[in-house]
Write a protein that binds this ligand. Structure first.
Ligand SMILES: [Zn+2]
Length: 141
């Protein structure tokens, strides 16, 4: 027999989109990860100096939702400007498949283009005005 607490937890789970496991990584395969997120994901398309040159699409996740399967020893770190973001590149192929963003230093940003095909059913692009970073960050939830 259900308690009142069980019923309310069930109600919450039925309204939230369930997570699926997305697999991804760099180009050469040295770096591989799994990330739990809904099948329909909303990503930030940033126009700042570094993202615009790589076409980076940010899927922002809690660190608990991310697992590095392999390649920790293959990552090189690049920092610039305020030095807050930690940009991780595969030392073999040069692809940045995830990193620690300045906007969410407690979380991670996964490059949605580095997720393998098959698990993302819809990609919702949301513009992020990284050239005016402070104002853009203040406007995020
Ligand atoms: Zn690589």
């Amino acid at each position: 027999m259900s308690t009142t607490a069980d019923v309310s937890v069930g109600d919450l789970e039925s309204t939230a989109a369930p997570d699926v496991v997305h697999r991804g990584g760099c180009h050469c395969g040295a770096v591989a990860f799994e990330v739990s997120a809904p099948a329909v994901i909303e990503v930030l398309e940033c126009n700042c100096s570094v993202c615009v040159k790589t076409g980076y699409l940010h899927l922002i996740v809690d660190r608990a939702k991310f697992q590095l399967i392999r390649g920790a020893d293959k990552l090189l770190e690049y920092r610039f400007n305020t030095n807050q973001a930690q940009h991780f590149f595969c030392r073999v192929c040069g692809i940045k498949s995830f990193y620690v963003p300045r906007s969410h230093p407690e979380g991670l940003s996964v490059h949605a283009r580095c997720i393998e095909p098959g698990t993302v059913t819809q990609l919702i692009l949301r513009p992020y005005d990284g050239r005016n970073w402070e104002a853009a960050r203040a406007a995020l939830p």
